[in-house]
Design a protein around this ligand. Sequence first.
Ligand SMILES: Nc1nc2c(ncn2[C@@H]2O[C@H](COP(=O)(O)OP(=O)(O)OP(=O)(O)O)[C@@H](O)[C@H]2O)c(=O)[nH]1
Ligand SMILES: [Mg+2]
Length: 250
Amino acid sequence: MRVCIVIPMHNEAAVAERCVRTVMSHVHTLPAPTTLLVVDDGSRDATSDILRRMRNEMGDSLHCITHSTNRGYGAALRTGMHYVVNDGYDYVIFMDSDLTNHPRYLTLFYGKMDEGWDYIKASRYIRDGAAVGVPRLHQFLSRWGNRVAHILYGIPIHDCTNGFRAVRVTLLQQMQLQESGFPIIMEELAAAKALGASFCEIPYTLTSRAADEGTSHLSYGPRTWRPYLKYAWTAARIPYHPKQPNSSTV
Ligand SMILES: Nc1nc2c(ncn2[C@@H]2O[C@H](COP(=O)(O)OP(=O)(O)OP(=O)(O)O)[C@@H](O)[C@H]2O)c(=O)[nH]1
Ligand SMILES: [Mg+2]
């Protein structure tokens, strides 16, 4: 089994080096060969310089792809998806660069991959999951938004909006994702349901960026939620038949 971790970065000079070093220190302990791919999406701060330096130091264990302009989180993930499909990986894991999706959880993903699940999501809203240091209003909106999304998607995922996940590459290969922004997470989840994927969760605690580690890129306004609702509504109309690992057709 070959695994690629894809991390998108946009103007992350404050965390880029710590992110790469921390993830790489965990990669060496993982039970399957794992590559780290960072997609630098048109950063205008020192992110590209930092990544170039880290790449010179670390060689082939770190891969970087640079977009000359900022295309968005979803577009950067789609670049990562092309990479893992073309390179024949078995699973891809998506993580954020601010270490709020901590790599200490990676071993839990590998356990689920070994069991043969197609789509593995880290969840704040199951037993042993949590969010720490996140503003109360954001927590409230996220918790209730995810309750609604869980009902509409009708799949055993309780944290639909969270981007920390592992996906079987043969499943991704069959998707035609269009979103350029954060709603790609919801678009992908609806596509996975339509393709008859098997779903499972691992518990995790989301933490918050430190104040000196850049600013959040996510807005919580009504315009943000519209595409999320659109994909939840699409997913609601797709019939779901519970699948066991290794039993799906993907
Ligand atoms: N490619 C790309 N990545 C982005 C963009 N904006 C944010 N990101 C990345 O997406 C990931 C999540 O961004 P955050 O700003 O942490 O968003 P968030 O986790 O929803 O917000 P917080 O709860 O405040 O951490 C990080 O790895 C960012 O570097 C963008 O315009 N393009
Ligand atoms: Mg974050």
